[in-house]
Design a protein around this ligand. Structure first.
Ligand code: NAD
Length: 286
């Protein structure tokens, strides 16, 4: 499949470009920053600019015969707090509108987009109803960043209502991690409250890339939302101890193993066949 990856120079984008190429897909990275190592053709695009977005997704004048068949949209300001809230909101909502609309206009009906776990209520100042958190939780954006993701999911629903053959898969990623970060994971034990804000979860960038590929290869239509995290959390302290201390009284909706993720990935596993392979425990020796 010929796939254009927006934000392919970023943390999740680099892993995605590599994974898709290794799986035999034909990839273009479109980003406003050139990657350190080019694994595939690169084009500089600002996705806030609709003309540039349309042209980039349509294809290139140096490459007439190869049309884009699918788009993975990862370009964004990836978290709150690093730039002004209004800038996060502007970049993320406008670029997501432009990418979805360009795909619709061009008849590209296979779109995978990075939503975010933040919609589930991060930083969980209000107790979740139960654990593990899942897709039936009401969306609860608390920052301009998560509001931009909330509106992105709503845009996905409306675009798919306009075009019944369009598929937009919205992947609610947990906190994206590279292998190089795992050596410091055991330190989380020193301050168990430090990672409470996202229920002590994470997603290995390579497993995130696998979820993206499986979403591209999935034959569904319409707007569909999936939580994407690893099978385990970042702690070795058991879940029952963490929940008792930080969320007393919140029940478990099913049996959860001591260090199993508190973000349910059951839907992604059963529908997409997602199967994370890169637990941090394999790399940090814990
Ligand atoms: N990092 C996380 O923990 C996390 C968690 C959940 C969801 N996400 C989402 O995953 C996606 C990728 O995140 P990441 O961690 O790889 O972020 P990143 O910052 O490493 O990569 C984002 C890339 O997008 C590019 N970009 C930003 N605005 C652009 C624009 N207007 N035009 C063209 N390129 C633009 C940047 O140059 C960068 O290369 C984002 O949508 C983010 O919101 C990230």
């Amino acid at each position: 499949m010929r796939v254009l990856v927006t934000g392919g120079s970023g943390k999740l984008g680099r892993a995605t470009v590599k994974h898709l190429i290794e799986a035999g897909h034909d990839v273009i990275n479109a980003d406003h920053v050139e990657p350190e190592h080019n694994l595939c053709p690169f084009v500089r695009v600002d996705f806030e600019d609709m003309r540039a977005t349309l042209e980039a997704i349509a294809g290139f004048d140096w490459d007439h015969n190869r049309k884009t068949e699918a788009v993975v949209h990862l370009a964004a300001v990836p978290m709150p707090g690093k730039v002004a809230p209004a800038d996060v909101f502007r970049v993320n909502t406008i670029s997501t509108y432009n990418v979805f609309e360009a795909c619709r206009l061009l008849g590209i009906r296979n779109v995978v987009w990075a939503s975010s776990e933040t919609l589930l209520g991060i930083p969980y100042d209000i107790k979740p109803e139960y654990f593990p958190a899942d897709e039936s939780f009401e969306s609860r954006p608390e920052t301009s960043y998560s509001l931009s993701k909330h509106l992105g999911e709503e845009m996905a629903r409306q675009f798919c209502r306009w075009d019944k053959d369009l598929k937009i898969v919205c992947l609610r990623f947990s906190n994206v991690m590279d292998e190089s970060e795992y050596a410091s994971f055991p330190d989380f034990e020193k301050n168990p409250g430090g990672r409470r804000f996202n229920l002590w979860t994470y997603i290995d960038a390579r497993d995130g890339a696998q979820a993206i590929r499986k979403s591209l290869e999935w034959s569904g239509t319409g707007a569909e939302v999936f939580i994407i995290a690893n099978e385990d959390g970042v702690m070795t302290t058991p879940n029952t101890v963490l929940v008792e201390k930080f969320y007393p009284g919140v029940p478990f909706s099913k049996r959860v193993a001591d260090n199993e993720t508190l973000l349910s990935i059951e839907k992604a596993k059963s529908v997409l066949g997602y199967k994370p392979e890169h637990s941090w425990r394999r790399y940090a020796g814990s």
